[in-house]
Design a protein around this ligand. Structure first.
Ligand code: HEC
Ligand code: HEC
Ligand code: HEC
Ligand code: HEC
Length: 161
């Protein structure tokens, strides 16, 4: 193999590496997060999400729309991700934790979660505006505009200091 060809093979494999790793992370579903993120002392993130429109996004799709892939991709984490990554997540949980925080199969253990750096290396995402605008955009037939600060305040679920 020529040096040039070898360099190409190496750079191609470097490009595909993160993709392959990301595919190992499975979507586990909000019930798995609830175990550790539902006590009032720690901020009850599950309860707050459960009461939010995100958790009930599937209820907005009526009739044929409940099976329309064009609607499902924004109204359900389950349908947003490829079938081989649906570890334990269910369709009816709507826009679930992992749409914003990344697939949890590898970061959800206590030893990993308690360390942000380790958790992020195992797929945890700390969301920003771009996370929201993959769904909150004019492709949505009911788009009402999107102001990050205002919308973030409506779904806030902090860990109390
Ligand atoms: C075994 C318990 C456990 C499970 C299960 C768990 N977490 Fe955590 N999580 C923790 C702990 C511990 C922390 C560190 C903060 C703290 O002490 O409350 C944390 C922190 C976080 C943070 C904040 C990270 C930071 O550095 O600010 C996010 C976001 C998070 N978890 C999301 C999730 C999601 C989403 C799931 C489900 C896929 C999940 N967690 C499942 C225990 C858990
Ligand atoms: C996977 C797609 C998706 C992502 C990512 C997403 N959202 Fe949403 N969001 C929705 C859908 C769908 C609804 C409407 C749910 C319903 O009522 O059926 C919604 C509704 C909301 C609402 C309620 C709006 C109202 O009319 O009361 C707020 C607030 C919101 N989202 C904030 C955010 C923020 C902030 C982010 C990013 C941190 C975010 N969303 C990320 C899909 C998403
Ligand atoms: C690009 C992502 C996206 C797509 C595609 C999408 N939605 Fe939504 N949908 C949203 C978001 C985000 C909201 C929240 C409204 C807002 O605040 O802009 C929403 C809200 C809604 C609502 C609540 C309306 C309201 O006034 O609060 C209904 C009903 C709805 N969508 C139905 C549908 C149907 C039916 C389809 C398919 C034809 C669809 N959506 C496709 C993202 C999407
Ligand atoms: C629509 C997107 C979205 C969903 C759904 C969502 N989160 Fe978050 N989460 C965020 C954002 C945005 C932040 C704040 C990030 C920051 O402060 O930079 C956050 C922060 C957190 C934190 C850290 C709070 C802190 O004070 O450090 C935890 C823990 C957490 N989320 C857990 C969860 C769990 C568990 C679920 C599901 C039950 C969930 N989140 C669902 C977007 C989301």
């Amino acid at each position: 193999m020529s040096i040039k060809k070898l360099m190409m093979v190496i750079s191609l494999s470097l490009l595909t590496l993160p993709v392959l790793q990301a595919q190992n992370f499975q979507y586990v579903g909000a019930a798995k997060c609830k175990v550790c993120h539902n006590s009032p002392a720690k901020g009850a993130q599950y309860k707050i999400w459960e009461a939010s429109k995100h958790a009930h996004a599937m209820e907005s799709l009526k009739g044929a729309d409940a099976k329309n892939p064009k609607c499902l991709k924004c109204h359900s984490t389950y349908y947003e991700v490829s079938p081989n990554l649906r570890g334990g997540i269910t369709a009816n949980e709507g826009v679930s934790c992992e749409s914003c925080h990344g697939p949890g199969s590898a970061y959800k253990s206590y030893a990993i979660m308690k360390n942000r750096e380790k958790a992020m290396a195992k797929g945890l995402l700390m969301p920003d505006e771009k996370t929201c605008t993959k769904c909150h955009n004019s492709e949505s037939p009911n788009f009402k505009g999107f102001d990050y600060k205002t919308y973030l305040a409506k779904i806030a679920h902090p860990i109390p200091k």
